[in-house]
Design a binder for this molecule. Structure first.
Ligand SMILES: C[S@@+](CC[C@H](N)C(=O)[O-])C[C@H]1O[C@@H](n2cnc3c(N)ncnc32)[C@H](O)[C@@H]1O
Length: 201
C-alpha cells in the first residue's frame, strides 16, 4: 500500500495514528529515512545499556544489527564484544552519509575493528554472508520490515539467542510472530517500547 511521506517537520505534526501508519510502511521506508538522513534517532540511553548488559551476559561473540544510523547502539554492542574478548558485529545502513558517521564514531571509540558495516538495504545485505551462529540480533531499521529481516537471519540464531526490537509498537506483524506460542520464540515487552525475545531450543 502506498503512503505519502511528508517532510520531517510536517511529519512530526501529524496525528499519532497517521505517523504510525507511515512508519510501519513496507514500501515507502526509503523515502521516510531519506527525510531522516541527518537525524541520529538513536536507541535511548536505557536501551543502549540494556544492549550492553544482554550482550555481556550472553557472552556474545556474534551480533547482527538492522539499522545503524550514527552507530549509538552499535557502540554499545561493540563495546560488549570487546569486553567479552572479541567477536564480530554485522550492521547495515542504506544512507551512505549515516554509514560514514557510524564509521567515524566507531573509529573514535576504538571499536571499528569489531564491526562490519554493510551499506545497502538490509533485505539485500543480510540475505547472505552471515555467521553460522548468531548470539544477538537488534532490530532498529524500518519498522515494517522487522518480520522480513528476522526471516533472513532466523536459521542462524543459536538456541537461546536474544532479539531486541526497538519501537515495537509500530511492528504489529513482528510482535505477533515472536509472541505466537508455536512460533519458536519466548517474548515479552519491556519499558521503553522494546520487545525482548529469545529463540527457543
Ligand atoms: C532508528 S535508526 C537506527 C538507530 C541506531 N540503531 C542507533 O541506536 O544509533 C534507523 C536507521 O535504519 C536505517 N534503515 C531503515 N530501513 C533500512 C533498510 N531497509 N536497510 C538498511 N537501513 C535501513 C535508517 O536509514 C536509519 O538510519
Amino acid at each position: 500500500e502506498s503512503v505519502n511521506v511528508p517532510a520531517m517537520a510536517a511529519f512530526a505534526a501529524l496525528p499519532v495514528e497517521q505517523r504510525a501508519h507511515i512508519l510501519s510502511s513496507k514500501t515507502e521506508y526509503r523515502a521516510i529515512y531519506a527525510e531522516l538522513k541527518d537525524a541520529a534517532i538513536p536507541v535511548s540511553r536505557e536501551t543502549g545499556l540494556l544492549l550492553y548488559m544482554l550482550a555481556r551476559n550472553a557472552k556474545a561473540s556474534s551480533i547482527v544489527e538492522f539499522g545503524t544510523s550514527f552507530g549509538i547502539s552499535t557502540l554499545h554492542l561493540a563495546a560488549a564484544l570487546r569486553d567479552n574478548g572479541g567477536g564480530k558485529l554485522i550492521t547495515t545502513e542504506f544512507e551512505p552519509s549515516k554509514a560514514q558517521r557510524a564509521r567515524d564514531n566507531l573509529s573514535a571509540g576504538g571499536l571499528l575493528d569489531l564491526v562490519e558495516i554493510r551499506e545497502g538495504d538490509a533485505l539485500e545485505t543480510l540475505r547472505g554472508g552471515l555467521p553460522d551462529q548468531i548470539d544477538l540480533l537488534l532490530l532498529d531499521g524500518a519498522k515494517g520490515l522487522y518480520a522480513d529481516v528476522l526471516a533472513l537471519v532466523e536459521n542462524r540464531l543459536r538456541p537461546g539467542a536474544l532479539i531486541v526490537a526497538d519501537n515495537a509498537d509500530y511492528c504489529a506483524e513482528y510482535v505477533a510472530k515472536v509472541r505466537d506460542p508455536e512460533g519458536g520464540y519466548l517474548s515479552l515487552p519491556l519499558p521503553g517500547d522494546v520487545e525482548l525475545s529469545m529463540k527457543r531450543g
